[in-house]
Write a protein that binds this ligand. Structure first.
Ligand code: NAG
Length: 288
């Protein structure tokens, strides 16, 4: 320990003497002319390089502007070159309760339009024809309708409860758990009943895939609402909710449209025809 410390100290002092030696070299050589010219050519070199790079950058921007007809960055519009996000950056994130959020639907015209997606609020004021009063997606304004973005049921799923929404993407031969609308005595039994290993792993696999699809879908929309797709939208803040709000909500039945749209069976037996026509039977407790 002590030995290594001394070695360290020695190393340090050795380094500092080196540095001193280096620092001294230019001083002692200023008297001669050669090193000075050397250093000037070096500065010129760097400047030249900067000029060339600057020129290329300018050319690139001009080219982009003439080709895209509006962007100097080939359509790349990071938040720090857009006025909305800059203003928001300096004001800090907006924290709204669901009730406060519900006031921002763009009514009266010209006021901000906000929508939220799984707890994050976005400003979509730039597109009142879509999100403003009377717009085709006006139903999403002023609320967190993450569930609706997954199930496609705009009217009944204008909420942020994503529990069970993944069944939208789970193959139709896997019964819905009763709390999400599965028939009690069918789905219910199947979820407690005996499944073979293959059936179990099929179900697990489907659920895993479906949850990933939910995450990817939400992220896809979020990236659009952050303005990454070229729209004038941007993130403004977060929805603040009471602790445990989700647990206090009742679980929601998967809407009819999402049930109808569930993917075709692709599990064990689903391709074997005949019996495979009702591959879900096993999951429903064996009955046909
Ligand atoms: C939604 O937000 C919650 C809480 O922040 C997070 O745990 C969850 O992973 C998010 N879900 C998706 C699909 O992004």
């Amino acid at each position: 320990m002590a030995e290594s410390k001394t070695r360290q100290r020695n190393g340090k002092s050795a380094m500092s003497t080196d540095a001193n030696a280096n620092a001294n070299t230019p001083k002692s050589t200023t008297t001669t002319t050669t090193p000075q010219t050397k250093s000037t050519t070096k500065t010129f070199g760097t400047l030249d390089l900067l000029r060339i790079l600057g020129g290329l950058l300018l050319l690139n921007c001009l080219l982009s502007y003439f080709i895209t007809n509006d962007s100097v960055l080939w359509g790349w519009r990071p938040w720090f070159i857009r006025p909305g996000p800059i203003a928001r950056y300096f004001r800090g994130p907006l924290l709204l309760t669901p009730t406060q959020l519900s006031l921002h639907t763009g009514s009266p015209p010209g006021t901000p339009i906000y929508l939220a997606l799984n707890g994050t609020i976005y400003d979509v004021s730039s597109n009142p024809r879509i999100y403003g009063p009377g717009g085709s997606y006006a139903i999403f304004a002023g609320k967190d309708a993450a569930r609706g973005f997954i199930t496609g049921c705009f009217a009944e799923d204008g909420n942020a409860d994503l529990r069970g929404a993944e069944y939208t993407y789970v193959a139709s031969d896997i019964p819905l758990p009763p709390e999400f609308g599965g028939e009690v005595g069918e789905g219910g039994e199947a979820w407690q009943g005996k499944l073979t290993g293959a059936q179990k792993s099929y179900r697990e696999g489907e659920l895993r895939r479906a949850r990933k699809m939910v995450r990817d879908t939400i992220e896809g929309w979020a990236s659009m609402f952050r303005g990454e797709g070229g729209k004038e939208y941007f993130e403004v803040g977060k929805v603040v909710r009471e602790e445990g709000w989700l647990e206090r909500e009742e679980k929601k039945v998967l809407c009819a449209q999402a049930v109808k749209g569930r993917p075709k069976p692709r599990g064990p037996g689903s391709e074997s025809g005949g019996e495979g026509q009702d591959a879900g039977a096993a999951y429903r407790g064996g009955g046909r």
